[in-house]
Design a protein. Structure first.
Length: 460
C-alpha cells in the first residue's frame, strides 16, 4: 500500500499514476487511492491530488469525499477546474453541485459550458429526493430495424464505457422507449438478426418525478443494476444506476441516523469535523432536551406532597420513566425504519396504533410483573423494608409500568407518522426526544396511579 505522506517524491507519484492507469500488473483501483486520501490529513491529500496529471485527477475525483472535492476545486486554477467539471458525467457533476451551498454553487456553475450548466440547473431544480437528480445522460439507443452487427458497430462508435453500458435501449423516431436489451443478447445472437428479433417487448422503467424511495423499491423488486427514466410521454431522458442510488441512500441514512441520535447532520466525516463544529451540532438538541427535561422537575414538584408522605415512591422514579423512554425509543426506531423501506405508509396509522397498544400492554405486563416480584422478593429477603403496605406498592409499580410502557410505545410509534404526515423528516423524532417526552408524562402517570392505589395507606 502506498504511503500518501511520501507522495511528494516524484518517483512515487509516477508509480501511483502507473497503478491508476491499469497498465501495471499491480494496478490499483481509483477507489482504493481515494480511500487512502479520504483518510489522510487534508494537506497531504491536497498535495497528492495536485501532483497528479489531469487524466489521473479525473479518474480519482468521483471517488473522493465531498469535502475533499470542494477543497481540490477551490485550489485549482479556474481553467483546470472548469475542464474537470465539464468532463464529469451528468450524475457525478450533479452530486458535486448538490453538495455545495448556494453561494458556492452559483460561483462554480459559471465554470460549466452552456449545455452542462443548463442540464445541471435543470437537475438541481427537481426535489432533493427525486430520481431526476440522479439521471445519467450517458446512454445509447438503437433502432429496431438495425441488424445486430450494425447495432454492435453503432455502440462502438457512440457508446462510452460506463456503469450504464450493460443495457441499451430501443426507441422510435420520437425518442419514445420501446424496449431494453442487455448487451449479452447482442453478443450471443447471430449478427444477421435484427434488433426487433431479440426484443421481448417487456421493460421496467422509472418516471422522472419518481422519488428515490420508489427507485430503490423498483431496483430491489426487479434485481436490476440500471433502469431507464422517461417523462409522462414515455420519451427516454436518461438512466439511473444502482451505484448512484446506493450513494444517495447511504448519505441519507447517515443523516437520519445522526438526527435520530439527537445530532444535527454533519457535513464532514466525524474524524474530519472540527471540534467546535461538532460541539455546535450537538449543543442545539442538547439544550432543547435539557429544557424539556426541566419539566420533569416541575412534574415532581407538583407531586411534592405525595413524595413527602411516601419517600419510597421516589426510589422507583428512574425505573418507571426509563422503561417508558426505552419502549418509546424502540417503537420510534421500528416505525421510522419500516417507513424508510416502504413497509408502512402514513395511512397505516390505525394499524400501527392498534398493534403498538397491544404490544405496549403485553410489554408493560411483563415489566410490571418483574417490578412487582422484585418488591416482594426484596421485602421477604429483608434486603429492603417497604413497610406493611409493600404489596400495594408492588401493585402501584405493576400498573404504573403498564400505563407508562403503553404510552411510550404509542408515542414512539405515532410521532414519526405524524411528522411524516406534516411533511417533516420522521428521523427528527429522535430517540432522546421521545425519551424526554415519555419521562415527563410518565411521571404524571406514575404519581397519578400511586395517588389512587395508596390513597388510604401511605398517602393518607
Amino acid at each position: 500500500m502506498i504511503n500518501l505522506t511520501l507522495l511528494k517524491d516524484k518517483l512515487l507519484q509516477n508509480k501511483l499514476i502507473t497503478l491508476l492507469s491499469g497498465k501495471d500488473k499491480e494496478s490499483i483501483h481509483p477507489a482504493e487511492v481515494a480511500h487512502m486520501m479520504n483518510n489522510s490529513p487534508l494537506k497531504t491529500a491536497e498535495d497528492t491530488f495536485m501532483g497528479l496529471p489531469d487524466h489521473a485527477q479525473l479518474l480519482l475525483f468521483n471517488y473522493l469525499a465531498s469535502y475533499l472535492q470542494k477543497s481540490m476545486i477551490e485550489k485549482m486554477p479556474q481553467e483546470k477546474a472548469a475542464a474537470l467539471l465539464n468532463h464529469l458525467n451528468s450524475t457525478d457533476r450533479y452530486t458535486f453541485y448538490a453538495s455545495l451551498n448556494g453561494v458556492q454553487r452559483s460561483a462554480l456553475l459559471e465554470l460549466l459550458d452552456e449545455k452542462n450548466k443548463k442540464a445541471t440547473e435543470d437537475m438541481l431544480g427537481y426535489p432533493r429526493q427525486s430520481v431526476a437528480r440522479l439521471v445519467n445522460t450517458s446512454f445509447c439507443t438503437l433502432n429496431q430495424e438495425m441488424t445486430l452487427a450494425q447495432a454492435s458497430h453503432h455502440l462502438r462508435l457512440h457508446h462510452e464505457d460506463s456503469d450504464a453500458a450493460d443495457v441499451v435501449y430501443v426507441t422510435d423516431n420520437d425518442g419514445k422507449l420501446i424496449d431494453d436489451i442487455p448487451i449479452r443478447k447482442l453478443v450471443l445472437n447471430d449478427g444477421s438478426k435484427t434488433v426487433h428479433d431479440i426484443m421481448d417487448h417487456h421493460y421496467v422503467k422509472l418516471m422522472i418525478d419518481d422519488s428515490t424511495d420508489e427507485a430503490i423499491s423498483r431496483f430491489k423488486q426487479y434485481n436490476r443494476t440500471v433502469l431507464p427514466v422517461t417523462n409522462a410521454e414515455n420519451v427516454l431522458l436518461g438512466v439511473v444506476t444502482i451505484d448512484d442510488l446506493i450513494d444517495v441512500a447511504e448519505q441519507r441514512n447517515t443523516k437520519e441516523m445522526q438526527r435520530f441520535g439527537g445530532v444535527e447532520s454533519l457535513e464532514y466525516p466525524y474524524v474530519k469535523t472540527p471540534l467546535f463544529s461538532l460541539i455546535r451540532k450537538r449543543a442545539g438538541w442538547l439544550i432543547i432536551l435539557f429544557l424539556s427535561e426541566m419539566l420533569t422537575a416541575t412534574a415532581m414538584g407538583y407531586f411534592e406532597g405525595e413524595i413527602a408522605k411516601a419517600v419510597v415512591l421516589a426510589l422507583f422514579v428512574p425505573l418507571v420513566i426509563s422503561s417508558g423512554g426505552n419502549c418509546g425509543s424502540q417503537a420510534a426506531t421500528l416505525i421510522i425504519r419500516a417507513m424508510a423501506v416502504r413497509e408502512l405508509r402514513v395511512k397505516d396509522w390505525w394499524y400501527v396504533m392498534r398493534r403498538e397498544i397491544l404490544s405496549g400492554l403485553i410489554l408493560g405486563i411483563i415489566l410490571g410483573t418483574i417490578g412487582f416480584l422484585r418488591i416482594v422478593a426484596w421485602q421477604h429477603l429483608h434486603w429492603y423494608n417497604y413497610g406493611p403496605d409493600y404489596l400495594l406498592m408492588g401493585i402501584t409499580i405493576f400498573f404504573s409500568l403498564i400505563g407508562i410502557v403503553m404510552w411510550g410505545t404509542l408515542s414512539g410509534s405515532m410521532i414519526p407518522i405524524l411528522l411524516k404526515r406534516l411533511k417533516f423528516d420522521p428521523a427528527t423524532s429522535s430517540a432522546p426526544f421521545v425519551a424526554t417526552l415519555v419521562d415527563v408524562t410518565g411521571l404524571v402517570i406514575y404519581f397519578s396511579i400511586a395517588a389512587i392505589i395508596l390513597r388510604d395507606t401511605l398517602l393518607k
